[in-house]
Design a protein. Structure first.
Length: 202
């Protein structure tokens, strides 16, 4: 019985310490987003566009080396369009994105490498011309799943400068029938962000 109480006490203490070390914060940054197409003509017309990301961030430590970095971010993605002869515009695709990145600390200097899946839920999809007119896009998938790869630097255990690349794995062209050879579109996004975290500590 004493051993059982001792085990339960250790588990409770460990859980309390773990939750006490969880950090919550805010995050904002810039995206350089693009869409890759399996169609050569579309691929030539598509190029990167700038956007923003902002939202809520959470860091959950697992010891001194590994952290789970997650949260909820509003992320602006899409691509610029240029068909030549003055025909150009923008595909603006916005998501509510939930990253689940595992960061691996490299020594005690604040540097880390990270990777993990993201889950993105479509919030808005529009095609805009250079005159500012826009139309809703009906053929964009409601969800995207991909992988993040990145590196970051932590300052004073509360400020995180992060650079990462998000590689989409799902076809965001919902009208495509891959078996019939239809066009496949994949998201790609290079982002640089800054997060300020509260509480915890590594």
């Amino acid at each position: 019985m004493k051993k059982l109480f001792a085990i339960l006490a250790v588990v409770a203490l460990t859980t309390t310490i773990s939750f006490a070390q969880v950090q919550h914060g805010v995050k904002a940054g810039f995206n350089s987003a693009a869409i890759g197409s399996s169609d050569a003509d579309w691929n030539e017309a598509l190029s990167s566009k700038m956007g923003m990301q902002f939202g809520y961030a959470v860091n959950i430590p697992f010891g001194d080396v590994v952290q789970l970095r997650t949260g909820a971010l509003y992320s602006q993605k899409g691509a610029a369009l240029d068909f030549g002869e003055g025909m150009s515009g923008t595909i603006a695709v916005d998501y509510l994105e939930i990253p689940t990145d595992f960061a691996f600390m490299l020594g005690g200097g604040g540097f880390s490498l990270s990777g993990g899946p993201y889950f993105a839920f479509l919030m808005s999809a529009k095609v805009k011309d250079d005159d500012g007119d826009s139309d809703d896009m009906e053929d964009v998938s409601a969800m995207d799943i991909g992988l993040n790869f990145g590196a970051s630097f932590t300052i004073a255990e509360s400020m995180i400068i992060d650079a990462r690349y998000g590689m989409g794995l799902m076809n965001v062209n919902s009208d495509a029938d891959v078996l019939d050879g239809d066009d496949v579109w994949l998201n790609g996004c290079l982002s640089v962000s800054f997060a300020y975290m509260f509480g915890g500590g590594y």
